[in-house]
Write a protein that binds this ligand. Structure first.
Ligand code: DQQ
Length: 569
């Protein structure tokens, strides 16, 4: 929907850039309409959702006293964005969840119009502290606030209090526009003992992350310069800033600095509703961050996910020494559909995230606990696929499955020529879909397919030859995912930075009724699609492996599992 069509009801947040709508779309008339019953057809069975209603950003994920906590932007009254509180669920394994009462809801002058996104920091010897954005008026002017558990010996930390003494802890001053000043990060402690946080914002069109410092965690002062900024990127929502190890995949506590680490800065761009991250160096003495020259700093930068994945947040899990990333996957159907079905929004499967050995990008993989849901397994090995072959993977629940497959091909000679003008992977995927014959590829999985292929969501690769190297394209194409027309059905795509010397490519797809979440080449390029099949539902969904390229492709090994439903809320 364009901004203009609902200009009468939305005056506060709407801004346009190349026709892209910014901020959550706002429908005051639908915000407090609660469906009589919740429709199950497209509900996910192992991706996180609350029992009903709308969710968006993951907030304050943490591991504390043996329990994982996930908070999330939640509308308790309806299934479109609005009435925002912090929903709260707890888990022992990141997969099975129990929903509790909301942890934060508007109750003070400084958060009367909403408790927006934020993070948790666990203070040594003291316990967790939430930092969040409070909305103070109808114009969405924002301040930063804090909350602490009412009772630290409550195993689930169900109740949170907002001490009046120091709240709000930061207000917009000295030229900062209070309506674009939000989403505090987890804090890190410098060698000087002072805490630091980032708050997302912008000045004119320059996106930035303001840096605040504090000795005691309640009195915060803004530093003269933001930690980093980038021109023409617009509002930086939900910044995330953390160290990654140069010495292997272990995660690091957010305060770690030193020679053996790089830092990651991620921003969620309000204008495009996509995120990008850079890898760079944090000069902690000067509190400055500079991206490496291998990381593009702007709209075309590296992304965690080239599909539907936004407002993400990571945390360090000390129980397994790993960093875990959560991201929100919005619906691709209409607001009216969301009101009818009584729910909207899921969280992607939590992903372990680390720095690739080349140091140029991050790698992500579903947390190992997900494997606990795997049930019946089927396998295919050493099967050749010639052009036009479609092989069905039978014997598992194709609408609720985990599929891992590795492909090989014997030569790169047939790769199509790469046109250097093709800089936009998503456009290229739209142009060269799964049925457009190529040299090497398209080959991959056909998920959520109906028997006669009226509906399908292909996830596939295509290899091109450029003058100096090969270019690998990965696509997740929702164009034919549903016979329903009034849906957003993009053909998402990303390029894949891997060495093809072994002539092998691997893919993992997590299929869960209305989501196909895929990891290319061990998690180097990832794409999440939301889809709403009408025929390929439940036991009528099928899974195929296909090749539409002239070069033969071998399925080296395919393993697919029916997935058990997780306990969710
Ligand atoms: N969602 C929150 C904001 C954040 C945005 C409001 C990102 O705090 O900037 O629900 O999706």
């Amino acid at each position: 929907m364009s901004c203009l069509s609902f200009l009468t009801v939305v005056t506060v947040f709407c801004s346009l850039n190349n026709g892209v709508e910014a901020f959550h779309s706002i429908h005051p008339d639908l915000q407090s309409i609660s469906a009589r019953s919740v429709s199950n057809l497209h509900r996910t069975r192992y991706h996180f959702q609350p029992h009903r209603n709308w969710i968006n950003d993951p907030n304050g994920p943490m591991f504390y006293n043996g329990v994982y906590h996930l908070f999330y932007q939640y509308n308790p009254k309806g299934s479109v964005w609005g009435n925002i509180v912090w929903g709260h669920s707890v888990s022992k394994d990141l997969i099975n969840w129990k929903e509790l009462e909301p942890a934060l809801y508007p109750s003070k002058p400084f958060d009367k119009y909403g408790c927006w996104s934020g993070s948790v920091t666990i203070l040594p010897g003291q316990g967790p502290v939430m930092l969040y954005t409070g909305v103070v008026d109808k114009q969405s002017n924002e301040v930063q606030c804090y909350a602490i558990p009412e009772n630290l010996s409550d195993p689930y930390l169900t109740k949170w209090v907002k001490p009046d003494a120091f709240n709000p802890i930061a207000v917009a001053e000295n030229g900062i526009n209070a309506s674009v000043f939000r989403d505090p990060t987890t804090a890190w402690r410098g060698k000087d003992g002072h805490w630091r946080i980032l708050i997302g914002g912008k000045m004119k069109t320059r996106g930035m992350a303001f840096l605040y410092r504090s000795k005691d965690f309640v009195k915060w002062t803004r530093t003269k310069h933001p930690i980093h900024s980038a021109k023409s990127t617009g509002m930086w929502e939900c910044p995330d800033f953390y160290p990654v190890s140069l010495k292997g995949g272990k995660g690091l506590d957010t305060s770690t600095v030193g020679n053996s680490v790089k830092h990651v800065l991620k921003n969620s761009l309000d204008i495009t509703r996509y995120e990008y991250y850079t890898i760079g160096t944090y000069f902690w003495k000067k509190d400055k961050y500079i991206p490496d020259n291998t990381s593009e700093d702007g709209w075309g930068g590296l992304r965690y996910d080239y599909g539907n994945f936004y407002a993400s947040k990571s945390f360090f899990d000390p129980s397994k020494n790993r960093r875990i990333l959560w991201g929100w996957a919005n619906e691709s159907d209409s607001k009216e559909d969301d009101v009818k079905k009584g729910w909207a929004g899921i969280q992607a499967i939590p992903r372990t995230v680390w720095l690739d050995s080349q140091g140029r990008q991050l790698v992500q993989w579903p947390v190992e606990e997900l494997n606990g849901l795997r049930q019946k397994q089927v396998m295919i090995s050493s099967q050749k696929l010639k052009k036009g072959d479609y092989v069905e993977v039978k014997g598992i629940t194709a609408a609720q499955a985990d599929v891992e497959v590795s492909f090989s091909f014997s030569s790169l000679d047939k790769a199509e020529a790469f046109d250097p003008k093709w800089v936009n992977a998503q456009e290229l995927c739209a142009q060269k879909g799964s049925k457009v014959q190529g040299g090497i590829g398209p080959f991959g999985l056909l998920t959520l397919a109906s028997k006669k292929l009226e509906e399908f969501t292909p996830v596939f690769f295509r290899v091109f030859k450029a003058p100096k190297n090969h270019v690998i394209l990965m696509c997740s194409d929702a164009t034919r995912s549903s016979l329903k027309s009034e849906l957003y059905k993009p053909s998402f795509g990303g390029f894949l930075d891997v060495d093809l010397a072994h002539k092998k490519l691997s893919l993992r797809s997590l299929v869960d009724h209305s989501v196909v979440e895929s990891f290319g080449a061990g998690g180097r390029t990832n794409i999440l699609s939301r889809v709403y099949p009408t025929l390929a539902v439940k036991e009528n969904a099928h899974l195929f492996v296909f090749n539409n390229g002239t070069e033969k492709v071998t399925i080296e090994k395919l393993k697919a599992w029916s997935m058990k439903s997780a306990l969710r809320n």
